[in-house]
Design a binder for this molecule. Structure first.
Ligand SMILES: NC(=O)c1ccc[n+]([C@@H]2O[C@H](COP(=O)([O-])OP(=O)(O)OC[C@H]3O[C@@H](n4cnc5c(N)ncnc54)[C@H](OP(=O)(O)O)[C@@H]3O)[C@@H](O)[C@H]2O)c1
Length: 296
């Protein structure tokens, strides 16, 4: 599988494995270790997690899995995210926290849980309405200077928030991890995909299969959308999921999808999509396949 350079010294595999679902599926450390090994055997070397997944347990589970075979730490690249806090005491509520000390402490906690010497890509998970861009940027640079992280970026940021944070950081934001699939065009519509090309960055795409809804939902709109997907799956000799992934990767900004499957066979079918290039008009057939999507 080819790699995509996020900056001159950091590349990721063309498909990234998302780890969010391994805690939901109650994987054991051994099962997580086997999943990582399987993905490496198939060319997927980059993995995505977040401090909030499994309410903090996801990073710990991954750390336990990596400790079963520490050699895996050398052959893998890790992305994690910070900034979403769940209630830990009865008087707490869900909230975001991107303050200076929280970023430093969260980064230290993630390193500790994952058992890594450094985190390759460290992201602010969500737009924080109380973000002090200057001190957030200072904390991210401090994490690089201390050797905690190799690069930093954001997730779910709109263009103005991306540019504002970037105006305060010493280094470029390496990416923006966003939702994009056959039923989500928010970041095409809000100009983010244009901004990616302006800054020559590759977005990382979460939920490229809409969390499985593309194939499973019984909603009439999804049934209509699936007709187009199935037609093209037939034409390109790919699985329907492979067509959905090929659609996501087709954009000129060269998006990198983060797949969420925990199943080896589904993953192997998805990898086949890296070998095909959609015809221009076929991409538009998919773009307009959802009954509520029209060309503007
Ligand atoms: N930055 C953010 O805010 C954010 C938000 C959400 C997620 N993420 C990241 O993105 C990664 C991927 O997200 P995702 O899990 O939503 O990705 P996804 O690839 O869109 O969805 C994967 C889910 O869909 C199911 N699925 C796929 N095809 C299916 C089919 N034909 N029939 C039934 N089920 C099917 C999978 O089940 P099986 O396991 O059975 O295949 C799995 O539960 C996460 O692991 C996380 O790392 C980031």
């Amino acid at each position: 599988m080819k790699t995509i350079a996020l900056n001159p010294s950091l590349s990721v595999s063309h498909i990234i494995q998302g780890m969010m679902n391994v805690t939901r599926e109650r994987f054991s450390p051994k099962e997580v270790m086997e999943l990582i090994t399987h993905r490496l055997d198939h060319g997927i070397t980059t993995f995505d997690t977040a401090q909030i997944y499994g309410l903090g347990d996801n990073e710990k589970l991954i750390g336990e899995a990596l400790n079963l075979n520490p050699a895996l730490k050398q052959s893998t690249t890790w992305i994690t995210k910070m900034g979403i806090n769940y209630p830990k005491h009865p008087s707490d509520i869900w909230h975001y926290d991107t303050r200076y000390q929280t970023i430093i402490h969260s980064c230290e906690a993630s390193l500790n849980h994952l058992g890594l010497k450094h985190i390759d890509v460290y992201l602010i998970h969500r737009e924080d309405p109380l973000m002090d861009h200057e001190s957030c940027a200072k904390a991210l640079d401090e994490c690089v200077d201390r050797g905690y992280i190799r690069s930093y970026g954001v997730s779910n940021f709109d263009p103005i928030k991306f540019e504002t944070l970037q105006s305060h950081t010493q280094r470029p934001l390496i990416t923006n991890q966003i939702e994009y699939h056959l039923d989500c065009f928010e970041h095409i519509d809000n100009g983010n995909f244009d901004l990616f090309q302006k800054h020559r960055i590759h977005p990382l795409i979460w939920s490229p299969l809409a969390q499985g809804r593309l194939m499973q939902s019984q909603d009439l709109e999804y049934q209509k959308l699936r007709e187009t997907v199935l037609d093209l799956a037939d034409k390109y000799h790919l699985s329907p999921e492979g067509i959905a992934l090929a659609f996501v990767m087709h954009h000129p900004s060269q998006p990198v999808p983060i797949i969420g499957t925990t199943q080896a066979s589904r993953c192997e079918h998805l990898i086949e999509s890296t070998n095909i290039i959609l015809d221009h008009q076929d991409w538009y057939k998919l773009y307009t396949a959802h009954p509520q999507r029209r060309l503007r």
